[in-house]
Design a binder for this molecule. Structure first.
Ligand SMILES: Cc1cc2nc3c(=O)[nH]c(=O)nc-3n(C[C@H](O)[C@H](O)[C@H](O)COP(=O)(O)OP(=O)(O)OC[C@H]3O[C@@H](n4cnc5c(N)ncnc54)[C@H](O)[C@@H]3O)c2cc1C
Length: 579
């Protein structure tokens, strides 16, 4: 096992992680050594697939920072911590301009102003975009800039297997270098976890196979609390049957949703916003249409769907604003959206919950703190509770880069004030346990095929934990997940080699996904109300009296142990959501 010492280690190289590494490098002025560790090649991180854009009030006037905050709080069904929302909306414009300076080719009008497009739940258009490839351009700009810093070392294809803590302080990370199978431990003065979301616990999802929530699971398995995991967002327009995303920008540019009668049904659910109501409302409406017999059967997959109509936008607009959508529809369905309807249904897309953290992105060790020294989160893996119960589209990229910058800066400043690196012997016991666990996987006989476990996990989540959830289905899911967790202890890794052992990596990811799915279901059973992305059939209304609180979960050897923490309301008092 190789031991490396760094001042700051950033785990994850998506938008949040790369922004954190860049800021740490800028603040340190060459004085700190920074490691950027990623299970993928950095540029294959899921953020590259972000399509529609990033929100922020660039041109105040009709739009204001306060209005952005109000939309976000209301869109999140008032579960968002409003001091976090205030920070998001205040900092977003300067981050968009920062990326402008890094070279992102934002769409502009004839006067050179950055064009803004409409997104769901936003009162006015406030989403900056680079066609429908925003994530790719932002990631490329970051990566190019990172490469110019000599004090950042990038460890591509290093899979983190354990978070190493001593008491309430961060010490290091255990990883496997996937290319060689060698274990490598990073001892560091501070760490930012930026490992992305966990929508891959569902089979029908827009997200990459890599979105398995490893960082959230690492924290959870290290005894740290996770928050609001039951709030899993279903994006209205997942293409049938793959689940590939059609960005909300397609509706922002004027696209319609139609039922089997060819009607724009959203007028019955959100008369003023129509297709641009928040995602939770549109997704619920779509499933109601399907349940009431106005869906269409896709025979090859046996999936029911509705239609997305972009035909009236015309080919020229689609080519300028939505070129990737056109390419995806043509390649995967042989459909040209300028002439034909696209079959869509709600699809797992984003996880609002994550590692429990405070406003500054510091990871918390209990329901209400204290922070774990030297440990931060940024991006989708952390729950700073900006999005509450339902994220508004294009707010995620803002969140990633703002908290990336803040946590990168905080970690660098802390490292500058500390002279010593953690000592290896402080974490030797945990490291040995970790090595033994990996050796057992590689040498043991186990009987359970990990891919069968994953298939059963996906079936369970897609069937019982989808847009509408009910007690009976959730109990079935809970029992099934308990069974899967038990069977996982007998999991069999077929490939015993060391070099690029993707079978081992998949097996570790599957274990993490089962753990997190248990928390999602436990929270969904506990939360007897409908709020944002969590809709309970028996409890169709939001219940502020009993559930205006965050769900906190801790790992045990059986079911997750649940508790709660208060929601911070500052300026936007909860009200009934009407659109
Ligand atoms: C198709 C799609 C389109 C989207 N479009 C938009 C949009 O237009 N606007 C918007 O605001 N939001 C959008 N979102 C959401 C947004 O893209 C994500 O929330 C955001 O990109 C997450 O970034 P991140 O940096 O947190 O994580 P990611 O980009 O997912 O990166 C996670 C990183 O962690 C690393 N990692 C994970 N586990 C390990 C491990 N065990 N060891 C080592 N490394 C690990 C990965 O290698 C990766 O580098 C979209 C989401 C999807 C699915």
């Amino acid at each position: 096992m190789e031991t490396l010492r760094y001042d700051v280690v950033v785990l994850g190289s998506g938008l949040a992680g790369m922004r954190a590494a860049l800021q740490a490098a800028r603040v340190s002025n060459g004085a700190l050594r920074i490691a950027l560790v990623s299970k993928l090649h950095a540029m294959r991180s899921h953020s590259v697939s972000a399509e529609g854009g990033i929100s922020g009030v660039l041109y105040p006037g009709e739009d204001t920072v306060d209005l952005h905050g109000f939309d976000t709080a209301k869109g999140g069904d008032y579960l968002g911590d409003q001091e976090s929302i205030e920070l998001l909306v205040k900092e977003a414009p300067s981050e968009i301009r920062f990326f402008d300076h890094l070279g992102v080719p934002w769409n502009r009008d004839s006067e050179g102003k950055i064009v803004l497009r409409a997104f769901g739940g936003m009162s006015v258009p406030r989403t900056a975009f680079a066609a429908d490839k925003t994530g790719f351009f932002m990631m490329s700009a970051l990566y190019d800039n990172l490469l110019s810093f000599k004090n950042i070392d990038i460890f591509h294809e290093h899979y983190a297997t354990k978070l190493l803590l001593k008491g309430n302080e961060f010490r290091g990370l255990a990883t496997i270098d996937l290319a060689t199978g060698e274990e490598r431990v990073f001892l560091s003065k501070g760490c930012i976890i930026a490992t992305g979301g966990f929508s891959r616990i569902f089979g029908f999802t827009t997200t990459a196979y890599s979105s398995t929530g490893d960082g959230v699971a690492l924290a959870y398995k290290a005894g740290l609390p996770v928050k609001d995991l039951e709030f899993t967002q279903f994006h209205p327009t997942g293409m049938i049957p793959s689940g590939i995303l059609i960005t909300e920008a397609a509706r922002g540019e004027g696209g319609y949703l139609l039922n089997s009668d060819g009607k724009r049904f959203m007028e019955n659910y959100a008369k003023s916003k129509m297709e641009l109501a928040p995602r939770d409302i549109v997704a619920r409406a779509m499933i109601t249409e399907i349940n009431q017999g106005r869906g269409v059967l896709h025979e090859a997959s046996n999936m029911m769907h509705l239609w997305l109509d972009l035909r009236h936008l015309g080919e020229a607009k689609i080519d300028e604003r939505l070129p990737m959508i056109k390419e995806l529809a043509m390649k995967s369905l042989s459909i040209n959206p300028a002439h034909e309807l696209i079959p869509v249904r709600p699809v797992a897309h984003h996880t609002m919950g994550g590692i429990h953290a405070n406003l500054f992105g510091q990871v918390l060790s209990g329901d209400q703190g204290p922070p774990v020294e030297g440990l931060w989160v940024a991006g989708e893996c952390g729950c700073i509770s900006v999005h509450g119960a339902n994220r508004l589209g294009s707010n995620s990229l803002s969140q990633c880069v703002i908290w990336g910058r803040m946590t990168g800066e905080a970690a660098a400043k802390r490292a500058l004030s500390k002279s010593d690196y953690p000592a290896l012997d402080e974490v030797e016991v945990e490291l040995n346990q970790n090595t033994k666990f990996l050796e057992r996987l590689l040498s043991g006989g186990g009987t359970e095929n990990p891919y069968s476990l994953r298939k059963e996990l996906w079936n369970t989540m897609d069937t019982y934990v989808y847009v509408y959830r009910e007690e009976k289905g959730l109990v079935t899911a809970m029992n099934k997940l308990k069974e899967l967790r038990e069977r996982y202890s007998q999991v069999h890794v077929e490939d015993k080699g060391r070099i690029f052992n993707t079978n081992l990596r998949d097996t570790l990811e599957i274990g993490n996904m089962i753990e997190l799915a248990q928390v999602v279901v436990a929270g969904a059973l506990w939360r007897k109300e409908s709020r944002g992305a969590h809709a309970r059939v028996e409890f169709p209304k939001r219940d502020d009296a009993n559930f205006m609180k965050h769900t906190i979960a801790y790992r045990t050897d059986d079911q997750p142990k649940l508790s709660s923490s208060p929601v911070k309301i500052t300026k936007w008092q909860p009200m009934e959501r009407k659109y």
